[in-house]
Design a protein around this ligand. Structure first.
Ligand SMILES: Nc1ncnc2c1ncn2[C@@H]1O[C@H](COP(=O)(O)OP(=O)(O)OP(=O)(O)O)[C@@H](O)[C@H]1O
Length: 218
């Protein structure tokens, strides 16, 4: 089976300083992978490279066997989605936000999927009509994730998305992404420092001194 993501000899330098050096690894469809490593080791940089937000100094990244810059950026983002910690919702209702992905695709709003998403992140259906400004930070983060997954990508990249959340919100988000990983074979690559979250992933890649090393693989 060909890997869904493949990094070949990826290096990244900034202002003459080597941040990542000859990183090579592959990820198969359906894997749930945590990137770990000391602060400043280059984890966020690596995720941004894979998300096609920045370009490597050398080396290549392949998605589904094709180099990522050969995809039109919008096509790539539909397949490989980068979810930010500070994902912004528009200051309208939950419904407006959840309907946005269908609007830009010129498709009908999939209410069932939206309600299933709300249910999994433990918010009642009545939240559809709630203005965003009335939601707590954790609730906003949950809605942002449901919106991001209205049309599930094949790969979800996330950089410390739960770090500012309390235990309850962390668990809800973890349950949601695990469900998508199991039910929809969503491939997940994320950065987290939370030991419970690390335990849930089936592979752990350590980024240290510019290099990558597999340290756990189920
Ligand atoms: N735009 C930039 N300009 C200059 N240096 C940068 C830039 N982006 C990242 N760096 C440097 O690259 C190194 C790696 O940063 P990165 O944010 O990828 O680390 P990290 O492993 O994600 O750290 P943390 O766990 O603390 O978030 C750091 O030394 C950082 O200062």
């Amino acid at each position: 089976m060909k890997p869904i993501l493949e990094l070949r000899d990826l290096s990244f330098e900034i202002e003459g300083r080597k941040i990542l050096e000859n990183i090579s690894f592959s990820i198969d469809k359906g894997e749930f992978v945590t990137l770990t490593g000391p602060s400043g080791s280059g984890k966020s940089t690596l995720l941004k490279l894979i998300g096609h937000l920045i370009s490597p100094s050398s080396g290549k990244i392949f998605y589904d066997g094709k180099e990522i810059f050969k995809y039109a950026p919008t096509d790539y983002r539909k397949n490989v989605s980068y979810f930010f910690q500070s994902a912004t919702l528009f200051d309208e209702t939950v419904y407006d936000n959840l309907a946005f992905p269908s609007k830009i695709r010129d498709k009908a709003f999939d209410k069932n999927r939206a309600l299933k998403g709300l249910h999994t992140v433990q918010l009642p259906e009545t939240y559809l009509n709630k203005p965003i400004r009335e939601l707590s930070g954790g609730e906003r983060q949950r809605i942002a994730l449901v919106r991001n997954l209205m049309y599930a990508p094949n790969v979800l990249l996330m950089d410390e998305v739960t770090s500012s959340l309390d235990k309850e919100n962390k668990e809800i988000i973890l349950t949601f992404i695990k469900r998508l990983n199991q039910d929809e074979k969503l491939t997940i690559l994320w950065i987290t420092h939370d030991t419970q979250e690390i335990k849930e992933s089936n592979r752990l890649i350590l980024i240290k001194d510019g290099r990558a090393e597999d340290i756990k693989h189920d």
